[in-house]
Design a protein around this ligand. Structure first.
Ligand SMILES: [Zn+2]
Length: 91
């Protein structure tokens, strides 16, 4: 599958958010949902190559709260909605 391979190639080079991946691949920003959906598959593929998909978790820009999941819209600590999105990288 071409999309998944393109995403893997990007993430082997740098840490990116789903939105940045869409931008770099010339995809509509709405397709970031598809990018998130690929992450489990990507993790399995790169593990076979002896690498790991790493996530830098989303973080609240207001209070610094770190989320444990990659999708985050509202901070449970301060209720802030300015969230720095998750970044993914392959090492
Ligand atoms: Zn917060």
């Amino acid at each position: 599958m071409a999309l998944i391979e393109d995403v893997i190639e990007l993430l082997e080079r740098e840490a990116l958010t789903a939105r940045e991946i869409c931008y770099k691949l010339g995809l509509e920003p709405e397709r970031e949902k598809e990018i998130y959906a690929l992450m489990d598959k990507i993790a399995k593929i790169v593990r076979r190559k002896g690498k790991r998909l790493m996530m830098i978790p989303p973080r609240c820009k207001n209070c610094g709260f770190e989320f444990s999941k990659y999708k985050a819209t509202k901070c449970p600590r301060c209720k802030g909605e300015r969230i720095e999105p998750a970044r993914f990288t392959i090492r």
